[in-house]
Design a protein around this ligand. Structure first.
Ligand SMILES: [Fe+2]
Length: 240
């Protein structure tokens, strides 16, 4: 309150001096805003960058070709998607060694390591003698009508996605306020509320971009309304 103390002398007795109730309320509101100090706590950080900003060498066209080729050859992955109702293709359950099998994925991990390290610095993590290392890396291909329901990534610290093919109008990434489950009787936010106060945030990343977030952040991919495939590579980093 100290930094606003000079205002006490400038704005005095806002209600008592006014006999019109509505005007008095407005004056009281203006007085409260002028005198208050409001800060943001427990923030949710979102990292967004061009994949090749830190480690050039991941060719976008080559990555797309590799993803499509792997999807076509990965019969175990195709079966898993069929059995589990995954609307498209993911290598999540079938291929755990993409960086070992394909050099372009090894290059991708080199780039991601640098981005994750930068994000960890921003988050001011104290990793002690440990470090953040890649735990999982998998391909997602969502055709028209494909979607990925709301979820989070248990057991990981940092999760994220790099975007390989995002056709015009392809579904964005939707992030959810992590406090939603506690908002028993909270009113909704106003349309056009400040981005940091919105309950849901939509992002439309460009091919070649990488997004990182803390793994507890709930997210989903809304319905892909375009005819073209939406291709991305997602990953988890753990603390070891
Ligand atoms: Fe996810």
């Amino acid at each position: 309150m100290g930094r606003n103390s000079s205002k006490i002398r400038q704005i005095s007795n806002p209600v008592a001096s006014c006999r019109r109730p509505r005007l008095a309320r407005l004056r009281a509101l203006a007085y409260a805003i002028a005198m208050s100090e409001i800060e943001s706590l427990f923030v949710t950080r979102l990292y967004r960058a061009n994949l090749n900003d830190t480690a050039p060498g991941v060719d976008a066209a080559e990555m797309e070709t590799a993803c499509l080729s792997i999807a076509e050859d990965d019969e175990a992955g195709q079966e898993w998607c069929e059995e589990n109702g995954y609307p498209g293709y993911t290598s999540y359950a079938s291929l755990s060694d993409l960086p070992w099998r394909f050099p372009i994925f090894a290059d991708l991990v080199t780039a991601l390591d640098a981005h994750v390290a930068a994000f960890a610095k921003d988050l001011e993590f104290d990793l002690g003698d440990g470090k953040l290392v890649l735990e999982d890396l998998w391909i997602n291909i969502l055709p028209e009508g494909g979607t990925h329901a709301s979820h989070l990534h248990p057991h990981a610290v940092i999760s994220g996605t790099t975007y390989v093919a995002m056709p015009d109008g392809a579904a964005a990434l939707k992030l959810e306020d992590p406090r939603s489950s506690r908002m028993m009787a909270a009113p909704p936010r106003r349309k056009g509320a400040r981005r940091a106060l919105q309950s849901f945030v939509y992002l439309t990343p460009e091919p070649g971009e990488v997004l990182l977030w803390e793994s507890w952040l709930r997210h989903e991919v809304p319905l892909n309304m375009t005819e073209a495939e939406r291709i991305s590579v997602s990953f988890n980093y753990k603390w070891v």
